[in-house]
Design a protein around this ligand. Sequence first.
Ligand code: UD1
Ligand code: BG6
Length: 371
Amino acid sequence: NKGNYEHYMQKEIHEQPESLTTTMRGRLIRGGSCKAKSVLLGGLKDHLKTIRRSRRIVFIGCGTSYNAALAARPILEELSDLPVTMEIASDLVDRQAPIYREDTAVFVSQSGETADTLQALEYASENGALCVGITNTVGSAIARKTHCGVHINAGAEIGVASTKAYTSQIVVMAMLALAIGGDTISTQARREAIIDGLCDLPNKVREVLKLDQEMKVLAKQLIAEQSLLVFGRGYNYATALEGALKVKEVALMHSEGILAGEMKHGPLALVDENLPILVIATRDACFSKQQSVIQQLHARKGRLIVMCSKGDAASIFPGGSCRVIEVPQVEDCLQPVINIVPLQLLAYHLTVLRGYNVDQPRNLAKSVTTQ
Ligand code: UD1
Ligand code: BG6
C-alpha cells in the first residue's frame, strides 16, 4: 500500500524516521545514573566474545548492502580495534579468497536471498568462519544459514532501489560496533555520544527530508545531463558510491561515486565546465581535505554542487558561488544516514522527471536469486 505516495520508493524514502525508530526499538539501553548507556542485540549477545576474539571482520554483500557495510566500516574499525575488510560477494567467490576459522564474516543483505551472497556464505561457512547475518527478511535463506545475526526490522521494502533498508543497515552496523566495543573503558564517552546520536537520528532524518522540494529543483537542472560524479571520502565515501548507484539504477543516468583522495589519480581529467560534480563536505576529520578538493575542482572550472553541514554554506566556498545542499550535522559515524537522504530524493525526482519507471527500473530485480 503506497498510502498518499505515488511510488513505493518515494514512500520508503519518507518513512525513514519511522523505519529507523523500529530498527532501534528495544536495542538501545539508556540506563539510569549507575548504568552506562549500552546496546543490546539479542541475536548476538552469546557470540560477542567470539567476535571480539576473532582475527578480523570481513563484510560481504552486493549493491546497496555492500555500500552500507562500507559506510559502517570506519566505526567498526575504531570501536572493535580489529581489521575490517570488505568483499563484494561475487568477487570473493571468484577469487576463492582466503577465509579462516578465526574470521568473523558478516553477510549484509536486505532480501536475505541474493544468490551471490548466499554462495559466499556457503564458502565462508565451509572454511569455518563465524557467519553473522544482517538481514531484513525473517526466515530468509541468509537469516537461516548464518550462525547468528541481527534483523534490521526496517519493514518490507518494495521499490527495487533500496532506500530505507540502507539507512537501517548502517544503524544496525553502528550498533554492532557499539556492542563489540561494549566493555572498553577508553571509548566509553565516544560510545555514549553515538548512542545519544542514534536516539536523535530519526528527528534529524525528518529534518533532512524537508529538502525534498529543493532536490526536485536540482533534479530539474540535471534532467538532461549524461553523467553525474559524486565525490566523498572517509565516512562518506560510501555515500558517494550509494548516491551514484541510486542515480544510475532508477534515473538511468551514468553516475560514478569517487573516493576524493583519488581525484588527482584520474578523475580530474574529466573536469570541465559542463560535467556536474557533487562534493560531500560535511564536518568531520576529513573536512579540510574536502575544502581543498572543492578549491581544486573550482580552479578547473568544475560545475559544483556541494553538500555541507548546516551553517557552512557561506564559508564553504570562499571567493565563489555554487549550489549548496545544507544538511543537519550529527555524530560523524552516523552522518552517512543523513547525507544519503538528499541523494535518494534527487534520484527519485530525476527518475520521475525523466519519465522512467521508479519502482521497477529497466533490467533490474529486487532480489537477484540467480547468478
Ligand atoms: C527477537 C525477536 C523479536 C522479539 C525480541 C524480544 C524474531 C525474529 N525476533 O529479536 O520478535 O521482539 O527477540 O527479545 O523472532 N539471526 C541470524 N541471522 C540473521 C538474522 C538473525 O541467525 O541474519 C538470528 C539471531 O541470532 C537470533 C534470531 O535470528 O537468534 C533473531 O534475531 P533478531 O530478530 O535480530 O533478534 P532480537 O532483536 O533479539
Ligand atoms: C539487487 C537490488 O541488485 O540486489 C539492489 O536491485 C540490492 O537494490 C542488491 O542492493 C543486493 O540485494 P540484497 O537483498 O542482498 O541486499
